[in-house]
Design a protein around this ligand. Structure first.
Ligand SMILES: *Cc1c(COP(=O)(O)O)cnc(C)c1O
Length: 233
């Protein structure tokens, strides 16, 4: 998948983005069972540094990137004081170094080995990391993520790392799912959080919902919407 819009430069119109953003805020109030918990993560992988800086000037301050090197390059160029950055893409162990210094939340931890490596790197950097476990609810082969079965089998193993707090779960709904499949995916993740929270009360975030399915995600208790194209198209 080419997430960069084929190299075409995205045209940003401030008024339009603000209007779209406000529309999503209204929908949060309308559809979420707990609107006060819901955050909009602005997925900024579509933008170069110039556009990124514009978005920050316009007041947006919570972004998600899916490529480690791009993440590194952007945070180098942008003032970090008022801006939080999450990492949402597949993370290779040898690229942890590009994000570790200031990442706010890593949404895409999908193996025990990666957690182990993150913990090691966090120790070395004297950092504490907040992460989400990415769950492949629909068990599509093409998708990253742990199956629920895998997670449940070794549940305690995931929570034993001193320098890591698992704050919740992330999922991506089936690309070509019908609304019923999407609904099942999100409600299954909601239930997993609810069950697991009894033992691990620090679990509080559900990162689910993108431009095409965020209303379904909201209805099913999402706390972080990862929205890109809907904001600027
Ligand atoms: C690109 C991306 C998004 C946002 O996608 P849109 O459809 O543009 O809203 C959300 N999550 C992940 C992991 C992504 O890679």
């Amino acid at each position: 998948i080419n997430h960069s819009n084929g190299g075409k430069q995205v045209q940003l119109i401030k008024e339009k983005i603000i209007e779209n953003y406000n529309q999503i805020l209204n929908e949060i109030n309308k559809y979420s069972p707990y609107p006060e918990k819901v955050k909009i993560l602005f997925v900024s992988k579509y933008f170069d540094i110039t556009n990124q800086k514009r978005l920050i000037e316009w007041g947006f301050n919570y972004f998600g990137e899916n490529k480690a090197q791009v993440y590194r390059d952007k945070i180098k160029e942008c003032n970090l004081e008022k801006v939080k950055w999450d990492f949402i893409g597949r993370l290779q162990k040898n690229k942890i170094k590009y994000i570790i210094a200031n990442v706010n939340l890593i949404h895409s931890v999908d193996t025990l080995e990666l957690l182990e490596e993150l913990n090691q790197k966090a120790l070395e950097a004297k950092r504490h990391l907040n992460v989400l476990l990415q769950i492949n609810v629909s068990e599509e082969e093409s998708k990253a993520g742990l199956s629920i079965e895998e997670f449940k089998k070794n549940q305690e193993e995931y929570f034993k790392f001193e320098n890591i707090t698992i704050k919740g779960f992330m999922t991506m709904a089936p690309y070509i799912g019908n609304s019923n499949e999407i609904e099942i995916c999100f409600s299954t993740l909601f239930n997993l959080l609810k069950e697991t929270k009894d033992k691990y009360p620090e679990l509080e975030e559900l990162s689910m919902g993108m431009s095409n399915d965020y209303i379904e995600a909201l209805k099913n208790g999402a706390t972080i919407l990862r929205i890109g194209s809907k904001l600027f198209e």
